[in-house]
Ligand binder design. Structure first.
Ligand code: UDP
Length: 453
């Protein structure tokens, strides 16, 4: 009997990240793949271009859900999905990321009793005021299989008690897409098309609700961008952002500056082409933090936190918030760091995430399907939890960190409550530590006699 999988997308990054997975699934015999696009983005053309560029099949269903209120959006997607999932009766539903479409896909599958598979699971900003954080946590916890991109994302799931046997670290499929399109992007004539002659190029994108919904944050970002007097600023503006800039009276300010070019959202090839020709990127986007890390382009993140701390750890990405002076300072500082050749061992993946996701999903659904690929071995830090024994007892956190070359991330007292990690804090026998570091250093610490959890 043929297997059936439904893939649900709602926004451009979801199509970009699902594209290599869709191509891998299409090579599998005896499997029917159904794409459902919710149309969560206001402009269908914004999604259409990605379907064409990635040579994807036409969606089986397009829900045409528009952005009204968040509640109506989620409710309408749920109502739209029910008859489709009932009709297809798939073996699994898969989605990537943290949008309302993903949340609704997870809830719909769960309520109908179909396994939900979450790609890009385990990301955490630890900021529950972000709608994306709430969406991710719910989707992760009601999914049957979770595919975190990195060890850190997997450790977040473990810390929340998600069962380890259903977690596979695979890398992020965004890297697969980037590798697939890089050569075409290199040939893009985007700078000539938009007549951006003056170098350096600074690419800007802003679209997060946490920024758009607060006038003072948008004013800060816009003032920061306007104050940049080096080279040309290129800002492909998301339709939602455009209407917000107009509403806050900020659009004219930007248009007055002749070193700022505002364009429509770009297709993927041109956008990657633009990034590759940029000296610095200023963004609040999640996917762009991953792509800029892979491409080795400094990235100034106009947010106060990120669910992608791996990018910060490479030194190529920095959190600047929305204070204009800080944005300007970080753009100048980061442009001095300069573009690095493509970061080897980048934390977000090695280009094989999609093949792993497909193999593991098939083996999960068909039991006994042999995996062709090993899980992603990130070259960055790994994470471990251990119970302190007499060897660690009485030693200060700073001493343990310097002796073993590891970082203590969290400390749980014997009563189970979490305690602040301070350099001078003495560790007591029986307390649990979550540590991160290079694999060899973590192994040394674990071998020192502490009990593994
Ligand atoms: N992107 C694009 N055209 C643009 C701006 C972004 O193709 O004009 C791509 C970008 O390369 C990345 C994705 O869209 O892969 C990021 O989407 P977005 O910033 O909307 O969402 P997020 O990643 O924050 O969820």
């Amino acid at each position: 009997m043929k297997g059936k999988i439904v893939i649900i997308t709602g926004t451009r990054p979801e199509i970009i990240k699902m594209a290599p997975i869709i191509h891998c699934f299409r090579e599998v015999e005896n499997l029917d793949l159904y794409l459902v696009h919710t149309g969560q983005h206001t402009d269908w053309n914004m999604s259409r271009v990605f379907i064409e560029e990635f040579e994807l099949p036409e969606p089986y269903a397009y829900l045409n859900i528009n952005t009204e209120t968040q509640i109506k959006q989620i409710a309408n997607i749920l109502i739209g999905l029910e008859p489709i999932l009932d009709e297809i009766a798939p073996d699994a539903v898969m989605a990537v990321g943290d949008t309302n479409s993903v949340l609704s896909a997870a809830i719909a599958a769960n309520k109908i009793g179909i396994p939900f598979i979450h790609v890009e699971a385990g990301l955490r900003s630890f900021d529950m005021t972000m709608p994306e954080e709430v969406n991710r946590i719910i989707a992760d916890h009601i999914s049957s299989l979770n595919f975190p991109p990195t060890n850190r994302a997997a450790s977040n799931l473990l810390m929340e008690g998600y069962p380890h046997e259903d977690i596979y670290v695979v890398g992020n499929p965004v890297i697969d897409s980037l590798i697939r399109m890089k050569d075409k992007a290199e040939r893009s004539g985007i700078l000539e098309d938009i007549e951006a002659s003056k170098k350096p190029i600074i690419t800007v994108t802003v679209h997060r609700r946490e920024n758009l919904s607060r006038k003072e944050r948008m004013m800060g970002i816009v003032d920061g961008i306007i104050s940049l007097d080096l080279g040309t600023v290129v800002w492909p503006v998301h339709p939602h952002t455009l209407s917000i800039l107009e509403k806050y009276g900020l659009l004219d300010k930007l248009k007055e500056k002749d070193n700022i070019i505002m364009t429509e959202p770009l297709g993927y090839i041109d956008f990657i082409g633009l990034m590759m020709r940029s000296s610095v990127i200023v963004t609040d986007s999640g996917g762009i933090q991953e792509e800029s890390t892979f491409l080795g382009i400094p990235c100034v993140v106009v947010r106060n936190n990120t669910e992608r701390p791996e990018a910060l750890e490479t030194g190529l990405s920095v959190l600047a918030g929305t204070d204009p002076k800080r944005i300007k300072y970080e753009v100048i500082r980061m442009s001095k760091i300069g573009v690095r050749p493509i970061v080897e061992n980048n934390p977000f993946g090695d280009g094989k995430a999609s093949i792993r996701i497909v193999d593991i999903t098939l083996s999960y659904l068909r039991k006994g399907f042999s995996q062709r690929c090993e899980t992603f071995q990130e070259h960055g830090p790994i994470y471990a939890a251990l119970i302190a024994n007499e060897m660690l007892s009485g030693r200060r956190i700073s001493e343990v960190e310097s002796t073993y070359g590891v970082k203590v991330i969290s400390l749980f007292k014997k009563d189970g409550l979490i305690d602040l990690v301070r350099d001078m804090r003495e560790i007591r026998q029986g307390e649990m530590l979550l540590v991160s570091g290079e694999r060899s250093k973590i192994s040394r610490l674990l071998e020192s006699g502490s009990h593994k959890v």
